[in-house]
Design a protein around this ligand. Structure first.
Ligand code: HEM
Length: 153
């Protein structure tokens, strides 16, 4: 009898630990997923991001300050990778699959002025798509640290 009740209590301790920890797991994970996902959702998900990129590229390609850099660009590939990268940065269910920012831009002689021009064009595109400025700032804040890898001149 003693052995039996010991076994029962060990079993219930194990069950409690398992259920308890899985409940704790759910409780701690759920708010994290929601918080990380919020900017992506507010952007309108992948569709909203793609609309911003589709508005952004023609502005860049027509911008006299930087358009020459893109004369040999594969614009379709660039659009695909930018959409993927922004989705990734905003906490969406995407993983950027392109080259590193340092490697891609290494031979492009990009200046701070060029970088700022491109950031300005992105803001114009986001304005066009009705992205609120607080949300625009979230994406810009994710891109800003890339400046030191992209600017080489
Ligand atoms: C935060 C700023 C920037 C981001 C996030 C960014 C992102 C990217 C990405 C994802 C690619 C494609 C990489 C690949 O092919 O694997 C790329 C390529 C490229 N970027 Fe940037 N870039 C930025 C700034 C700039 C600036 C300021 C310029 C020029 C003024 C520039 C010019 C180019 C060019 C010319 C290519 C190559 C396109 C091609 O050959 O098809 N980028 N960039």
């Amino acid at each position: 009898m003693q052995v039996f009740s010991k076994t029962v209590s060990i079993l219930s301790i194990t069950l409690f630990a398992l259920l308890g920890s899985s409940a704790g797991f759910t409780q701690t994970l759920t708010p994290t997923i929601t918080a990380n996902d919020a900017a992506y959702q507010a952007f309108g998900g992948k569709e909203g991001i793609k609309n911003v990129v589709d508005a952004f590229l023609p502005i860049v390609l027509a911008d006299p300050r930087i358009k020459d850099k893109f004369k040999d660009a594969d614009v379709e590939r660039l659009g695909f990778l930018l959409t993927e990268q922004f989705c990734d940065l905003l906490g969406g269910p995407c993983q950027y699959s392109g080259k590193s920012m340092r490697k891609t831009h290494a031979d492009k002689d990009i200046t701070n002025a060029g970088f700022n021009a491109l950031a300005e064009d992105l803001q114009i595109a986001m304005d066009k798509q009705g992205i609120p400025s607080s949300l625009q700032n979230k994406l810009i804040a994710k891109l800003a640290p890339m400046q030191s890898s992209i600017v080489t001149k």
